[in-house]
Each structure stands twice: as structure tokens, then as C-alpha cells.
Design a binder for this molecule. Structure first.
Ligand SMILES: [Mg+2]
Length: 437
């Protein structure tokens, strides 16, 4: 058994994992989970179903273990991208996560290809954990916290309008949500077209629509003042009890971004996200972010759309931002997120992973990664199961999931959540009806 362990966990974090597994096996531990026969587990299929709007990846093995990964609900078109990788991984040992990833990681890219790779990576870790009988966090080096903080990006209420009073009222409702979040994120500026359109001529540019966050340009005094007034109103509601982070762009002119940040300095904003680039921007503009970061005391944040550690290198080594927000469903997966977190920590940069659209398996992936992240970890963005029936088809989540803004880390093998197959089958489309077979 020790030989099997050594052979199969020579991945990025294998030293610690192998040590802990070996010790456990020598003790004759009997942690629940299906273990493959000695030295033998192979991938026999890679499937993808769109459940609700979330693409779900299932990796099937010859040992009765399946692993699941989930991509954002904004990508219901992802199935062909996932299946593109199928032939590359068939026959591989899924517990050699890194060796499998060496075949497909370089065939990824910024969204959507990297999202497909990320969901496959997560499903591999789910299998590796189940095969070893341990939670995924053990394979990432082990748990350094028993509960992970999550921030509210997803528990939302309809807006009544776009005046400062409307934002105050909306933020008050978020503050009172039963999850007790200690940190709330709100959309402002070009990330919130309703707010920008609430004043006439808010910026020197033509209003565009029909694509995610298409506007950019220099703000007018009226436009910038309105955004600042909305932030001030939200901050008054939260006081110093609950932190306020702002998702801002992309699209701000650098000087506007600096003026905005400086105007907000008295309000102790937790971070300003994606002022310059972000969301779907398929490149990293580290030098300009560095100019912004050095001009204000408010933490500057970016990174949710970036694929792979290599594309965080400039941001981190130039210390161009204060916080990075890789999304495990886009950056390359769970271990990629952990790698970025460690490298960021070496450069005194904080971590606040993105995740609002990642669904319940995405939530589980965040909990596993969050348990093992270094002390630069702030919180991950809380995703919901949508539609509501998602909570009936996934087993293993705590109830309630969030208490006082935290999620207790569970200890079941793999991701520690799985499908209630019978319940889930009712929500498969005809095209995906064999997904669980
Ligand atoms: Mg964002």
C-alpha cells in the first residue's frame, strides 16, 4: 500500500500528502471511501452534463469511483470544450492529478477553455481524495483552519432603484441575511450599469449594451460623485460591523480610479476589484495596476478571469495589487489556486477567491482549497445552488451551510459532497440522460 501511495501522489503537494497517507495506512486507518485495488485505477470516461445552467464534469473510473467538477452557471455552452479533453485523459491514473494535467493544462486558455480544464482538475482531486480515503485538503498539504470565511456576493435582493438611498436599503437587507456574512461585495461604477445610467452623462463615452460590462471611459464629475455617494450610503449602513468590498469595473480611466480610491479612503473599504481590467479581459495589465495600487491606501484587487499561475506572475512579482481573486473554476483548479495562494503569500499579497457562479460542487471545491490556504486568505465568494432544487440533488453539505459568515470544513473523502443520483436524474436533459449511468 505504501508503494501505491508513493507512486500515485508525486504531484505538486505530494510530499506532505504521501507522508500523511503512509502514516494513516500504517495505523490501519479505515476512513470511509472506496479504495481502488493496489496500484490500479484508470479513467474510463469523461462526461459533461448541463444541470440547471452549470456544466458538471464527471470522470468515471474502472474502480467504481467517480469524480465531479463544476463550471460557472454563465457557461451553459461549455460541454464541447470539456469533451475536447476526453481522449487525452482516458486510460490515465486519475490520482496522478499532476501527470494528467501536464497533458491538458497547456491546451487551456482564459475562459472558456481554462474553465473546462479547471472543472476536470477538480474532478480528478475528488477521485484522488476518495481513492485515498481523505478529504482533498489533506492532499493539498492539510488543513490549517477548521472553518473558512466566505463573503457575500451571491445572496442578493432586488434593487428598488439606483439612488444612494436604494443602495443603502439593499445593503441593509444583505447585512441582515441569515448567513451572517462578515464581508459583503457590491457592484459599482462600470460593473453596475444601472448605477452609471442613474445620472445623465455619467461619463465621456457612448453607452454600449448587450455584452458583459462593455463600457469604459473618463467619468464626468457628476458620474463620479454619484458613485461615491452610493458607496458612502452603503458604508453607513454597514458601519464597522461588516466589511464592504466593491466590484468596480473594468473600464475605469486610471486617474478616475485613483481619484475614486482616494475619495473612499476615509471609509475603510475592504478592496476595490477590477477597476482597470477583469471579468472577461483576456490579458493582465500589471504595470497599470501597480500605478493605481501605489496611489492609494485602499487594497486593490483583481484576477478572477486569469488562467494559470504563469499569468499571475507579473501581478505578484511586481506587487501590482494587494489582493488577488483567482477562481478555482477558471484559474486551473484547486491545486492551481493553492499554488497561486502560496506564491502570492511570498509577496505579501492577499487572497479572496472569486466564485459566485460556481454552484454547490464549486462551493465544495472552495471549502477544500480554503481549508489549506496560507494565512493570506481573506474569504471566498459564496456561490448559490440555482435553481433552488440544486440543494435537493447534492448530498453532504452542512445545514445551514454558512453560520456567522463561516463554513465548517467537513472531513469526508474527496470533495465530500456527491449527487443524490435518483433526485439529480430528474433534472437531466434528454441529451444528458446517461450522465450518471
Ligand atoms: Mg468581479
Amino acid at each position: 500500500m505504501l508503494d501505491w501511495t508513493r507512486r500515485t501522489f508525486l504531484g505538486a503537494f505530494s510530499g506532505l500528502a504521501a507522508t500523511s497517507l503512509a502514516a494513516q495506512q500504517e495505523r490501519g486507518s479505515s476512513i470511509a471511501g472506496k479504495r481502488p485495488a493496489r496500484g490500479s485505477i484508470k479513467i474510463t470516461d469523461l462526461r459533461c452534463a448541463i444541470i440547471g445552467r452549470n456544466p458538471v464534469v464527471r470522470i468515471v473510473t474502472d474502480q467504481g469511483i467517480s469524480g465531479y467538477g463544476e463550471a460557472e452557471s454563465t457557461k451553459p455552452y461549455l460541454k464541447p470544450m470539456v469533451l475536447f479533453y476526453r481522449d487525452y485523459i482516458l486510460g490515465e491514473d486519475p490520482t496522478d492529478v499532476e501527470r494528467v494535467l501536464l497533458k491538458i493544462r497547456r491546451l487551456g486558455a482564459f475562459k472558456p477553455w481554462g474553465s473546462a480544464v479547471s472543472a476536470i482538475e477538480t474532478a480528478l482531486w475528488d477521485i484522488a481524495g476518495q481513492a485515498a480515503g481523505v478529504p482533498v485538503y489533506k492532499l493539498l498539504g492539510g488543513k490549517i483552519r477548521d472553518r473558512v470565511r466566505t463573503y457575500n456576493g451571491g445572496v442578493r435582493f432586488p434593487m428598488t432603484g439606483h439612488s444612494p438611498a436604494d443602495y443603502a436599503e439593499n445593503t441593509a437587507r444583505m447585512k441582515e441575511s441569515r448567513e451572517g456574512f462578515t464581508l459583503i461585495k457590491q457592484a459599482v461604477g462600470f460593473h453596475n450599469q444601472g448605477m452609471m445610467n442613474a445620472v445623465s452623462d455619467g461619463w465621456y463615452g457612448e453607452a454600449r449594451a448587450g455584452a458583459p460590462h462593455p463600457n469604459r471611459g473618463l467619468m464626468t464629475e457628476r458620474g463620479l460623485s454619484h458613485v461615491i455617494a452610493c458607496v458612502e450610503a452603503m458604508k453607513k449602513v454597514l458601519g464597522d460591523k461588516v466589511g464592504l468590498a466593491l466590484d468596480c469595473g473594468p473600464g475605469w480611466a486610471v486617474k478616475d480610479a485613483i481619484a475614486f480610491a482616494r475619495a473612499l479612503e476615509p471609509f475603510h473599504i475592504t478592496w476595490l476589484e477590477d477597476l482597470l481590467t477583469g471579468d472577461y479581459t483576456p490579458y493582465v495589465d500589471a504595470d497599470v495596476y501597480r500605478d493605481l495600487k501605489q496611489s492609494t491606501s485602499i487594497p486593490i484587487h483583481t484576477g478572477e478571469q486569469i488562467y494559470l499561475r504563469q499569468n499571475f506572475k507579473d501581478l505578484i512579482e511586481k506587487r501590482a495589487v494587494d489582493v488577488v481573486g483567482p477562481d478555482p473554476a477558471d484559474c486551473g483548479g484547486i491545486a492551481e489556486l493553492k499554488w497561486i495562494a502560496e506564491y502570492a503569500d511570498l509577496h505579501s499579497i492577499l487572497m479572496a477567491p472569486h466564485g459566485i457562479f460556481n454552484g454547490l460542487f464549486g462551493l465544495a471545491a472552495q471549502v477544500q482549497a480554503g481549508a489549506a490556504m496560507p494565512q493570506n486568505y481573506i474569504a471566498f465568494e459564496y456561490p448559490l445552488g440555482q435553481p433552488e432544487w440544486w440543494y435537493e440533488i447534492v448530498e453532504g453539505l452542512p445545514n445551514p451551510i454558512v453560520q456567522n459568515g463561516f463554513i465548517d470544513v467537513w472531513d469526508r473523502p474527496g470533495l465530500g459532497v456527491t449527487f443524490n443520483v435518483q433526485a439529480a436524474k430528474a433534472h437531466l436533459s434528454d441529451e444528458d440522460r446517461n450522465f450518471f449511468d
